[in-house]
Design a protein around this ligand. Sequence first.
Ligand code: PLP
Length: 402
Amino acid sequence: MSSAKPHFTDRFASRLDDCGTEDAFVVLAQAKALEAQGRDIVHLQIGEPDFDTPRNIIDKAHWALDHGYTHYTGSAGAMEHREKYAEYVCQRYGVEGVTGENIVIYPGAKPIVFLTAMALVDPGDEVIIFDPTYPGYEAAVQLMGGVIKRLPLTEDTGFRFDHEQLKQLVSNKTKLFYLNTPQNPTGGVLTQGDLDFVAELAREYGFYVLSDEIYNRFVYEGEHASMLKVPEFRDQLIFLDGHSKTYAMTGWRLGFSVTSPALARRLTLLATNSFSCTAAFTQVAGIEALLGDQSGSQAMIAEFKARRSLIVDGLNSIPGVSCTMPKGAFYVFPNIKEYTEKAGRTSLDVQRYILQNYGVALLAGTSFGKNGEGYLRLSYANSRENIQKAIDLLREAFASLA
Ligand SMILES: Cc1ncc(COP(=O)(O)O)c(C=O)c1O
């Protein structure tokens, strides 16, 4: 007797059955659905600058299209472009010895998160991530069969981590640590001392560190601490950067990594076998972004700094809500425990209630890990006018929850 023929809809690969997602995109879709019904929504859910890409970058892309940059390049990017990205890295971080061989260019920064997990994580390998943190790391590790170990970030330290807790988490099974500074979702930043400490442990236990520094220009107090500045740590480092945030280029899809040449070759193999290469003309425009006139980006970042004060002051003026002043990125992570654990609700309940009843789209802290319970994440990549409108609506919303 032949067994029943399976129906094709039951034949999706099971590895995606428990795969996580990025709630920012889920809530964006919900907010758009409400807008389609005629509702007015203030969008504070997604990390996307509301500015246009600076003119010099757009002009360079036009130029590149007109000058034949319309073909495949090498999978890691054209070597002449990789050399330019390397030149930028050396300039920006005051380091030497980064060359084109260290650089791989990708369509967005997110592929770096994913392909690094694919290149390094075998089933059963342990991978450390912050909690709360950017959700892309966990999804990538889970898909490779890795085991997640969570390192808490707490409000009282400005969302830095406890060195002793990290020490307890690492072992010879640790393969990779996804580190992020300035952070999504908290806006917290790490110190150079924190990074030195990570490097010391990584050397001792032989694990890799992916340092996601995509928000490196969004540092409002002091200097950006970078893993690239840690001496003698290049061979275990995957440095991640991208154009999406700094140059308002989310839709262009452009990012790059700095690694050892050996790891760059493994990542390039994955690039060849997945997307072939990043669009040639965007690679060229990306050079203009990094090495050309910075005034557009600088003006945008100055505006974000002003918005940061507006949103933090606004949130702190709402009874029962408290928000520390984040030092980086463009997110705030207010504490709303008065309205959650003290009132028998979750952050997700509050997120849904506020969107449905007050038209403000924001995210529950738990979209970034269980330590995010009792918090919300708001992106201030929106106009001052809209931020003020959101604060007024939130004041009413929380009054109705009190
Ligand atoms: C911490 C972090 N890393 C990486 C990314 C991905 O950036 P991209 O849009 O360039 O893929 C994001 C985007 O939100 C992010 O917040």
